[in-house]
Design a protein around this ligand. Sequence first.
Ligand SMILES: [Zn+2]
Length: 212
Amino acid sequence: MIYIESMTFNAFQENSFVVYNDEKEAIIFDPGCSNVTEQSLLSSFIERTKLKVVRLVNTHCHIDHVLGNKYVAEKYNVHLEAHPNEKSVLETGVMISKMYNISYDQSPEIHSYIDEGDTFTLGQESFEVLLCPGHSPGSLCFFHADSKTLIGGDVLFQNSIGRTDLPGGDHNTLISVIKEKLFKLPDDTKVYCGHGPSTNIGFEKKTNPYLS
Ligand SMILES: [Zn+2]
């Protein structure tokens, strides 16, 4: 079984997720913690729940999803994992942080790459990896079939979709990837989004104005 804790961090109201199993092993997806207060919120949850952090994963490497990478990598001694297409996105982080005038502890580089079709596990739990470009060129979604749960990053939101005006974004690609990959998942799949509330696939098929 998996359990999911969501925390909303930084000026962009980004959702960071701690996904853990019965053995108390945890993956931290997209740590966006951007200051000491947010870092300690994340760490106190880890400590209180007695978790062992075993993986650090970015669904994609936009600045709001990587602000806590360095903190998590050093505190828990884990290496960053992401899709190879996000290498160049991550490299723009310092420049983007200056543009937005936000402080940024520069993320470590991607240590190991994840791609569609890879076996992605947390202990006994396995996730299907879906490459879903359009918002960012290497956006990954992680589908846990046993619980019908999707860690979706910024691909699909409740009644919205990821923005496509950033470098490497493409509107038509995003629309077709959602229809061809995410909408093939069971309707009762719960989607944990990188911003805003969670949703489910069936609800988005019916109501999402970008996908009708
Ligand atoms: Zn993004």
